[in-house]
Structure formats: structure tokens, C-alpha cells
Design a binder for this molecule. Structure first.
Ligand code: GSN
Length: 211
């Protein structure tokens, strides 16, 4: 077997940063879409055959990988976008861990406390996003990427979680000029722009909780 295969549910979720990376890096991949009902009924036996009982799953030929951040890091290393030296690599990992922390908070809101917690979450959001504005400001005055001169796997992860938050609160970046420009800049990269406008992306909801 050769080529990339991404197995996930019919929404963007934790597969989307991987898709952004693959699209922007001109990689082609096959989508293996698992219906949630089939997954939970055990019909396809997929859940019990995964390493942690969860998706996404990523296959590179016969190589099989789970955990979305490990998949991002693997692709980052393979495509030369995980930092240009040991210090940059460590910073890319650090920022990606920061995105993961925010993604977990976002997931808790969406899946567990949306009705009761949305207002408080949005009020507190500047405190969460300011760290990323500061990180950008410390690299080429925010005109490039999170780390160094090249895009990294952490940029795709940040772009995706910012898209999720813009859906939650379209004004959430209004006090962050660098993050606002960053989202525009990344989203206008030719391959990313093509993917972001594509039907296959737009037919997928952000999470199963979204309409
Ligand atoms: O990043 C990762 O891949 C893991 N640390 C988390 C994966 C995960 O949470 N997968 C969910 C779908 S994404 N979130 O909502 C999953 O596979 N849920 C189905 C299940 O049976 O747990």
C-alpha cells in the first residue's frame, strides 16, 4: 500500500489541522470516512482495532499512526516543516502544545458546557489568545510564522483552532492585529485557499455539535 490515508468521522475536528498541512504541502491523500453510528455500534470493528480506541488514524503506506499531534509532528518532520534546528523544533513543539491546551478547553466548552459556559468562555478568550499574539510579535514582528522563517506544523494547528474560535465569536480577533493578519495571510496561500474554499471541506461541520 502506498500513499497517505486519513481515517476520521464526517466532521473537521482533530483531522482538520492534518488536512490543512497536507493541502498546503501539495500532498494528496485518501479520506476514509467512518460514520459515527457505525463506529459506536462496533459494526466495522474499527474502534477496537485502534491503538487508543479513537480517531484520527493516519496511514503512510504500511505505517500506521494515531494521536493527532503525533501525526502532525510526523508530517512536519517528513515535509521539513518542524523547525530548522533543535531550538526551533523545541519552540514549534511548545507552541503546538499551547494550541493543544486551547483545543482541550474549546472541546470542553463545545461538548460539555455549551449552554452554560459560552458567555464566560468568550469573555475569557482574549486571555487565551494573547499568548499567541505575543509569540507572533516576537518573530519578525508578527509578519511571518509562529517560529522562524518557514511555516511549521504548529501553524496549521493554530490556524485551525483560530477558525474554530472565529466561528464561535466572529469578533474574537478584533483586538489582535497580528493574529488577524496571520489568519488572512495563511488562508491566502494558494493551496490552502483552494482547500478552504473546496466543497469537501465546507460540507464537513466543525464538530458533531455544529449544525
Ligand atoms: O489527538 C488525538 O488524536 C487524541 N488525543 C484524541 C482523539 C479523540 O478525541 N478522538 C475522538 C474524536 S475527536 N473529538 O471529539 C474520538 O475518536 N471519539 C470516539 C471515541 O470512541 O472516543
Amino acid at each position: 500500500m502506498s500513499g497517505y490515508t486519513l481515517t476520521y468521522f464526517p466532521f473537521r475536528g482533530r483531522a482538520e489541522p492534518i488536512r490543512l498541512l497536507l493541502a498546503d504541502q501539495w500532498a494528496s491523500w485518501t479520506e476514509n470516512e467512518v460514520q459515527t453510528a457505525d463506529w459506536f455500534s462496533g459494526k466495522c470493528g474499527l474502534k477496537k482495532n485502534t491503538v487508543f480506541g479513537q480517531l484520527p488514524r493516519f496511514q503512510d503506506g504500511d505505517f500506521d499512526l494515531y494521536q493527532s499531534n503525533s501525526i502532525l509532528r510526523y508530517l512536519g518532520n517528513k515535509h521539513g516543516i518542524s523547525g530548522s534546528n533543535n531550538q526551533e523544533k523545541a519552540l514549534v513543539d511548545m507552541v503546538n502544545d499551547g494550541v493543544e491546551d486551547l483545543r482541550q478547553k474549546y472541546g470542553r466548552l463545545i461538548f460539555m458546557e455549551f449552554e452554560t459556559g459560552k458567555e464566560k468562555y468568550i469573555t475569557d478568550l482574549p486571555n487565551q489568545l494573547s499568548a499567541f499574539e505575543k509569540i507572533l510579535s516576537q518573530n519578525s514582528n508578527g509578519t511571518k510564522f509562529l517560529v522562524g522563517d518557514k511555516i511549521s506544523y504548529a501553524d496549521y494547528n493554530l490556524l485551525d483552532i483560530l477558525h474554530c474560535h472565529l466561528d464561535l465569536d466572529p469578533n474574537c480577533l478584533s483586538t489582535f492585529p497580528l493574529l488577524s493578519a496571520y489568519v488572512e495571510r495563511l488562508a491566502s496561500r494558494p493551496k490552502l485557499s483552494e482547500y478552504l474554499k473546496s466543497e469537501k471541506r465546507n460540507k464537513r461541520r466543525i464538530t458533531p455539535k455544529h449544525q
